[in-house]
Each structure stands twice: as C-alpha cells, then as structure tokens.
Design a protein around this ligand. Structure first.
Ligand code: NAI
Ligand code: NA
Length: 396
C-alpha cells in the first residue's frame, strides 16, 4: 500500500518500512565510516528499537562486530495497519546484520516483566553464554512492577510550583505559553518507579545471578540534564527525580558487580528529537533553537553520532572512562558549552510564532520527527507501493 504519515496530536500513527530501512542503513554507514571500535563483542540492548538504544545496537554491531540481542516493545504489522517504527527498524537491522554475518536476535515484549527477563536470560545462555555490555535505554510512560503488581504511570511535571514558559507546537509552528501544574507526591513516586533505576537493578541482578555477565562487563543507562529554561519541568521536575534515582543506581550496581570487575555508568546525552522527547512540553522549542545554533557551529549530532562518540571516545578509548564530579559520562558536552547555551538563551527570550522559522530550526525538528517514522528520506520513493507486511521470522 501507499503509506503516508497520519498524525494524531504529537504522535504519528503510521510508519514506513522502506524509510525505516533507510534510517538504519544511514546509521550503519555512519558507524562504518568512522572505523572499528575495540568494544564489547556480546551485547544486550534493552530498548533497542528506536532512539539511543537503536543507535547503541548499531554501533556495537557495525563498529565492533558484536553479536546483539535487542529487547523492545513494538507492534508488528497487521492487515491494514503498519507496524510501529521500532518494529520496522528492528526488521531492517536484523536484515543488515545477517547480511554482514552478525548474530542478531530480538525479543519483543514488556522488558519490565519477569517473563521477558527470563526469556532474554534463556536466549543469552543458549546462544551467547555471557554478555560483556548491557545497554539500558528504555523510555516508557508506564511500568507494572512485577513484584508488587502495581502499574505506575510517569508524569512530566514541575515540583512545588506551577511552571509557565514558552512552548511550540512543532507542526503548526505556533509559539504559545504553557503552564504546568505541580506534581503531587504520588506523581513523583510513580515517575521514579517507571523511569528510575529499579528495573535496571532488577535486570542486572537477574543477569548476574544467572552467571550471564562476563568478567569486566559494563552496563550503561542514559540520562539528561539540559539548560536552565527547562530545569523546572525536566531536571528539577518529576522526570529529574527519576534521573537522580537512575544515576544513584549506577553506583549500587557497580558495587554489586565488584567480584566480576564490572561497572555501571550513566551517560548524559544530548537533547534529540525522539518519540519520548517530542511529548515533553517546552523541550521541542528548546531543541529547535539548540539545533539552529549547533548546526551553525558545526557541532550538531544525532543519536548515531552521539553513541558512536560515546563508544569510541569515552567507553572504549583505551583509557580510564572520563566522568564528571558525579561519576557521569558527559556526551552532552557540546550542547552544554557556555557559548552555545548563551546563544540559545538569547534566542529563547525573543522566540515568537513569527520569527521561529528563521531563528530556530523548526524545519530540522520536523524532518527529524518524520524520519523517526520512516518518512522524509530522500532515498525513498513514497509514491511507490510499500510492503507494510514485512515479515521477519526472528522477531515475534
Ligand atoms: P525512544 O522512545 O526512542 O526509545 C525507547 C525504547 O524503549 C524503544 O526501543 C521501545 O521499544 C522501548 N520500550 C519502551 N517501553 C518498553 C517496555 N515496556 N518493554 C520493552 N521495551 C520498551 O527513547 P529515547 O529518547 O532513545 O530514550 C532512551 C533513554 O535515553 C531514556 O532513558 C531517555 O530519558 C534518555 N535520553 C533521551 C534524550 C532525548 O533527548 N531523547 C536525551 C538524553 C537521554
Ligand atoms: Na532507545
């Protein structure tokens, strides 16, 4: 069928398989162009189908010839309805990995559940023996705790006082003021339960107890800090509490891995257009201004450039992994440069519906957004019939 983007609010209901393939191919080509990385050879990526997790899987496979197992939660195609983008991304990834002679298997289901953990552990045991890198890159609005059975929903709210600032509807380009009411106590607890470190701890404990972590194994989760303008709703809001918890968890996991010389890190990454970040008020306006400045300065990166740099210049650079005073890896260093932040703050004050297309990179934002769903790739002929029912035996 002919597949077109169909929007509802901030989400796109359709995805294009050929565009997803072009996306994955571009990322593979980028990683290959940067040369080999002396990295892990057996890698588990939790949240492997989109965003930073997909870029991590691609960097491991095509930068270090790694065998990869990817866990994600995506919808396969059904008659009359396309798959979710991460499903097509993963199908394309597996195709390219197989062509390159690389082991790649995927598990599609709820990573927070005991069942999916057990299934993943069994697959590692059977096919890989052990893993030497575990990437933890989940972004989800909801988590059912497998021990308590309680379903937690995360919210993106400030803590203490109402936050009012500018935001943009990136589809219409309309800049307006948004006010977000402060979180209630249970909102904070719930957000920490979804996006904090508890599930990461559960994964690492299960892997270690089953003797599936190689000596010296690393595990990495991703965090964000960002600028002063988004602080009330991001880093000092409910999601920030979850990130504080995730960052603290890196230390407790490292303690638990001492006897196998393992280590857990949090990497603080750059703000990027992903399905997760598009849903956060205020962030799209910040990103569109940030992109404009970073592109002008020649330091703009997408997910694949970020993760390729994380691996080649931080994790596997052949020296001690550099961290900040809180033990975090900083790959947001270019975003957070004083000169970049000063310029963004200046633009922020002046941004209006009338001038945003000029002073911000609204076009770049939109393109990145559509590309998440496989649209807007020059290499794809969207007028041609696409086979939306792509089947990959190895992906449930
Ligand atoms: P994303 O939405 O692109 O990817 C989320 C992944 O999690 C997908 O593979 C999805 O299938 C998987 N997933 C979600 N719920 C699941 C479940 N119940 N079971 C199994 N898999 C599930 O998100 P993105 O942006 O790549 O985020 C990944 C991490 O990076 C998050 O911790 C996020 O906070 C962090 N981060 C994101 C930044 C951004 O600007 N997008 C900046 C810095 C950090
Ligand atoms: Na991800």
């Amino acid at each position: 069928m002919i597949i077109e983007p169909r929007m509802r609010g901030f989400i796109c209901l359709t995805a294009h398989p050929d565009g997803a393939e072009a996306n994955v191919k571009n990322q593979i080509d980028y990683v290959k162009s940067k040369g080999a990385i002396e990295g892990a050879k057996k890698v588990l990526v939790i949240g492997a189908s989109t965003g930073f997790g997909l870029a991590s899987r691609i960097t491991s496979a095509f930068g270090s010839d790694a065998a990869t197992i990817g866990v994600f939660f995506e919808k396969p195609p059904v008659v009359g309805k396309t798959a979710s983008p991460g499903w097509y991304n993963s199908a394309a990834f597996e195709k390219f990995a197989q062509e390159a002679g690389l082991y790649a298997k995927s598990i599609n289901g709820d990573a927070f559940s005991n069942e999916i953990k057990d299934e993943t552990l069994a697959l590692i045991k059977k096919d890989l023996g052990q893993v030497d890198l575990v990437i933890y890159s989940l972004a989800s609005p909801v988590r059912t705790n497998p021990v308590t059975g309680i379903t937690h929903r995360s919210v993106l709210k400030p803590i203490g006082t109402t936050y009012t600032n500018k935001t943009v509807d990136f589809h219409s380009g309309k800049v307006s003021e948004v006010s977000i009411e402060p979180a209630k106590d249970e909102d904070i607890e719930n957000t920490v339960a979804v996006m904090g470190g508890e599930d990461w701890t559960m994964w690492m404990k299960a892997l270690k107890d089953a003797n599936l972590l190689a000596d010296g194994a690393l595990t990495i989760a991703y965090s964000y800090i960002g600028p002063a303008v988004t602080e009330p709703v991001y880093r000092k809001g409910t999601i920030g509490r979850a990130k504080d918890d995730l960052e603290a968890t890196a230390f407790s996991i490292t303690d638990s891995l001492k006897d196998i010389h393992g280590k857990a890190y949090v990497s603080v990454n750059k703000a990027l257009v992903t399905q997760a970040s598009s849903a956060i008020p205020v962030i799209p306006l910040y990103i569109s201004l940030l992109y404009k400045i970073m592109k002008a300065e020649g330091v703009h990166e997408g997910t694949i450039e970020q993760i390729q740099r994380l691996y080649s210049q931080r994790l596997y650079a052949g020296k001690e992994v550099p961290t900040d005073e809180k033990g975090r890896i900083r790959i947001d260093d270019w975003e957070m440069r004083d000169d970049i932040q000063e310029k963004v703050a200046e633009l922020w004050k002046n941004a209006t519906t009338e001038n945003l297309a000029e002073i911000g990179d609204l076009e770049g934002y939109r393109k990145d957004f559509y590309q998440l769903f496989g649209f807007d790739f020059a290499a794809v002929d969207y007028k041609k019939e696409a086979n939306e029912m792509v089947k990959v035996d190895s992906i449930p």
